[in-house]
Design a protein around this ligand. Sequence first.
Ligand SMILES: *Cc1c(COP(=O)(O)O)cnc(C)c1O
Length: 227
Amino acid sequence: MMSEISDNLARVHSKIEAACSRSGRPVDSVKLIAVSKTFSQERVQDASIAGQLLFGENKIQEAESKILASPDSLEWHFIGTLQRNKVRRVLQVFDVIHSIDSLRLASHVNEVARELGICPKVFLQVNIGKEESKGGFQVPFVDDELTMLLQLDQLEILGLMCIPPACSDAEQARLWFVKLRNLRDTLEGAFNVCLPYLSMGMSGDFEVAVEEGSTHVRVGSSIFGNR
Ligand SMILES: *Cc1c(COP(=O)(O)O)cnc(C)c1O
């Protein structure tokens, strides 16, 4: 298992490097988040021994024990739907939240962060495919809400995140990644803010995401195996 995870990590890294060189980007402009949901703390440890220090989890109940059993050198990113009643627990153990999906949730996270005396790093999740089944800020409403989001002074807004509509091949995801990047560019211009990071790309499409500007790819099954 150890060597398999190590080989998988090496393979994912070389694909990221190749995608960076195809698109003329420096390789250190992309962070690989190993999505360890459903996998045990032992698999997290295997990956960390192989040099992987960033991990993603989508459920606080499952993540908490893994995080507390891991060394402090690991960085944890929350990528799942965040319920209001879980905000405090998530803020206490995670370093970054990728799934701020409404102004209401953002305001609540801001309040809890103030109580805890922390300034969490967050991504705004955008429902880029306008899907009924998915959460996230709606396009183009997200830019009306940005003024209010920017006033939440405990939050460090890193950029935008998306989970594009399911598709059969990676090329079909490209248009959604381009849309998210264009939205980011538009918002930066309109609000005179810096939104430097884009969290996009999973096992099936992370190379395309990197070609289109992703800075944080969230990769699970290509590292840990099928769930
Ligand atoms: C599970 C998950 C991933 C990783 O998916 P894989 O296809 O296993 O790489 C990425 N992002 C989110 C939000 C997820 O829930």
